[in-house]
Design a protein around this ligand. Structure first.
Ligand SMILES: *Cc1c(COP(=O)(O)O)cnc(C)c1O
Length: 228
């Protein structure tokens, strides 16, 4: 038989410490670095457990179904765990999403905002909301267009009463992220919002410099995901 090495396992605790140190260094205000959302999509519960054992409590998932399968037992054990939805939300999953997540970062259209408002009313649970902005105006990407973002914030927060606390963006993969982060910060400022979810494994330091309050980092913590 071959003597292949075992597949290399990322050192999750070390990676968390490394990313957190970099965030402190890059942060506009080192006393208030962005919060690190460990993006655990496609990763098994054991990987999340390793992060929990290292003291980490804030996680992001991009699918409602996957989060519902993975997190309830972990939450039972770690009541201070916090889980954010960072992937697209269909209106037929709104009930599960409101029940499962502490924040929904992907409010991107009126229909979804209305469904969330109705469901929060029903459940008496109010996860924080972020409006997702398609800063690159990419046709295939979710998010309100920059020119529509103000109207969506106004509707969601002021008319429907959703707890909208910030904005989120995913810049185009092939572009410099900085102008997109700066645009998101500008839209947030003119709407009186102070949370900015921006920056991933490849650009979280740039995001931290430009005022991110949450960065969403997956592969730099958990290792490469199996390609879909
Ligand atoms: C997967 C994902 C991330 C994390 O991506 P990495 O490059 O692995 O850090 C961040 N944000 C969103 C919306 C994602 O879907």
């Amino acid at each position: 038989m071959s003597s292949a090495l075992p597949p290399s396992r990322p050192d999750i605790a070390a990676n968390l410490a490394f990313v957190k140190a970099k965030l402190v260094k890059a942060a506009a205000d080192p006393a208030h670095p962005p919060r690190l959302i460990a993006v655990s999509k496609t990763m098994p519960p054991e990987a999340v457990r390793e992060a929990l054992a290292a003291g980490h409590r804030l996680f992001g998932e991009n699918r409602v179904q996957e989060a519902m399968a993975k997190f309830p037992p972990l939450r039972a054990e770690f009541p201070d765990l916090e889980l954010h939805l960072i992937g697209p939300l269909q209106t037929n999953k709104v009930r599960e999403a409101v029940a499962t997540f502490d924040a929904i970062q992907t409010v991107d259209r009126e229909k979804l905002a209305r469904a969330l408002a109705a469901e929060m009313q029903k459940q008496g649970r109010r996860p924080d909301c972020y409006v997702q902005v398609n800063t690159g105006e990419e046709p295939q990407k979710a998010g309100a267009l920059p020119l529509e973002a103000d109207a969506l914030v106004r509707l969601a927060r002021d008319e429907l009463g959703l707890p909208v606390i910030g904005l989120m963006c995913i810049p185009p993969a092939e572009e410099e992220p900085a102008p997109h982060f700066a645009l998101l910060a500008k839209i947030a400022a003119r709407n009186g919002l102070n949370r900015l979810s921006m920056g991933m494994s490849s650009d979280f330091e740039v995001a931290a410099q430009l005022g991110a309050t949450e960065v969403r980092v997956g592969s730099a913590i958990f290792g490469a995901r199996p390609s879909a």
